[in-house]
Design a protein around this ligand. Structure first.
Ligand code: 9MG
Length: 276
């Protein structure tokens, strides 16, 4: 399977790693004028050095209960980081659901849009359709402020799959070629632990959608619930989850701990054939 990502072309016969860079006030600031920018760029360069294939830059937290930020605030956070990484050797992804942020990030040179809203906003769809960037269409139920209050599904795998198929069809109808599309079941986005486990157990079913599958499990609360560890101590659980996802068909894993994930995948690659 191939992924066309702006000027990058990924051959997904082996899983690839997307490293997470959150540009939020609590992430990198040392109190200085350029604390966010410099800290985020340094962190991204470290993740590239550790083997990340894609860097996902986000300026607004999407954790359950997170407060929204304005378009201008998000742009002020992410654009300087995108500009600082423009000449790096890897693909840059913008993690946003705001059309205006997508438009400016694409103009600044990103290769991918990671939209937790799956391009349901018409302006977001248009922004991606008019470009050459790849897009990750993610499923969520509700919005980050309220989504964990009462997640409800009859058959979570079936419903998420149905939603993602409809979003692929809408994206193709808008002019986004299939080779530019990735789907993601959205672990933790309006899902209970049981929903998340069902999605991971049956992840292989999402391969039927015919586009690469991205899995984001890194440090998530479902791993805390299972391991009893707080977010800072969830690396072993995150590596296990990434390996299970890859074994069940994920082509891209979105992670905080790039070096450890890359090492684990080297072992997986050594004993596996191509992804089925
Ligand atoms: C922004 N973000 C946080 N978690 C995520 C996940 O699981 N997938 C994607 N695509 N984006 C995520």
């Amino acid at each position: 399977m191939q992924l066309s990502c702006g000027s990058f072309q990924f051959d997904l016969s082996r899983p690839i790693v997307m490293g997470i860079v959150n540009v939020t006030p609590d992430s990198f600031s040392d109190g200085g004028l350029h604390g966010h920018r410099d800290g985020a760029i340094a962190h991204a360069l470290q993740l590239i050095n550790e083997g990340a294939d894609i860097i996902d830059i986000g300026g607004e937290s999407t954790r359950p209960g997170a407060s929204p930020v304005s378009v201008q605030e998000e742009l002020d956070r992410v654009l300087p980081v995108i500009e600082g990484l423009r000449d790096s050797s890897v693909a840059i992804s913008i993690d946003t659901f705001k059309p205006e942020v997508m438009i400016q990030a694409i103009a600044a040179g990103v290769h991918m849009v990671n939209d937790i809203n799956a391009l349901q906003d018409a302006q977001a769809m248009k922004a991606v359709a008019q470009s050459r960037v790849a897009v990750c269409l993610m499923h969520k139920q509700g919005n980050p402020l309220t989504m964990q209050l009462l997640p409800d599904y009859t058959d979570v795998v079936d419903e998420v799959s149905h939603f993602l198929r409809a979003r692929i069809n809408a994206a193709e109808a808008a002019g986004i070629e299939r080779q530019r599309i990735v789907v993601d079941p959205g672990f933790g986005f309006g899902k209970t632990l049981e929903h998340n486990l069902a999605l991971l157990r049956e992840l292989i079913k999402f391969k039927e959608l015919g586009v690469p599958v991205l899995a984001g499990l890194s440090r998530k609360s479902m791993l805390g619930a299972l391991s009893g560890q707080d977010a800072q101590h969830r690396m072993p659980a995150s590596i296990a989850a990434a390996l299970i996802a890859v074994q069940r068909g994920a082509s891209i894993v979105r992670v905080h701990d790039v070096r450890a994930t890359v090492d684990a995948l080297k072992i997986w690659n050594a004993i596996s054939g191509e992804i089925q």
